[in-house]
Design a protein around this ligand. Structure first.
Ligand code: IDP
Ligand code: MG
Length: 140
């Protein structure tokens, strides 16, 4: 295993309910380290570009509207096997299928408002990190 970096987003349903600390604690308890972080309100254009991979899916427009419905916290998580580790801590996309103890099982409101985003591959992690952060903002 190698040290990796991955992109994590705490979504508007979680910032609205003041859950950022509880969610970050789960990542830290799993051995992941926050090496970059900022809170922002994404524009619709940003959300559409970030989720462009899903542009043909039926949920795309709703998803983009949801992502701009409130502030998000975007962060780079670093650690051994960070891409897969983050996905493990997040739990399944649909909270109904998420394992006990995962962020989505404990906090998600629905399959859409599911509290967190996490990169699904090392290559996507690199691209998604670059979408939000410059190298000087990432401090390991
Ligand atoms: P992931 O976030 O677990 O990687 P993706 O399939 O990449 O899941 O979907 C991106 C996001 O789109 C999900 O996190 C969720 O917010 C939303 N989404 C996925 N599937 C559905 C759906 O069937 N209905 C509504 N929203 C969905
Ligand atoms: Mg995904």
């Amino acid at each position: 295993m190698a040290t990796e970096q991955t992109l994590s987003i705490i979504k508007p349903d979680a910032t609205r309910r003041n859950l950022t600390g509880k969610i970050i604690a789960k990542f830290e308890e799993a051995g992941l380290r926050v090496v970059a972080q900022k809170r922002l309100h994404m524009t619709l254009a940003m959300a559409q570009a970030f989720y462009a991979v899903h542009k043909d899916r039926p949920f795309y427009n709703d998803l983009c509207q949801f992502m701009v419905s409130g502030p998000v916290v975007v962060q780079v998580l670093q650690g051994e096997n960070a891409v897969a580790k983050n996905r493990e801590v997040m739990g399944a996309t649909n909270p109904a299928n998420a394992a006990p103890g995962t962020v989505r099982k404990e906090f998600a409101e629905s399959i859409e408002a599911n509290s967190v985003h996490g990169s699904d591959s090392l290559e996507n992690a690199r691209n998604e990190i670059a979408f939000f952060f410059s190298q000087t903002e990432i401090v390991g």
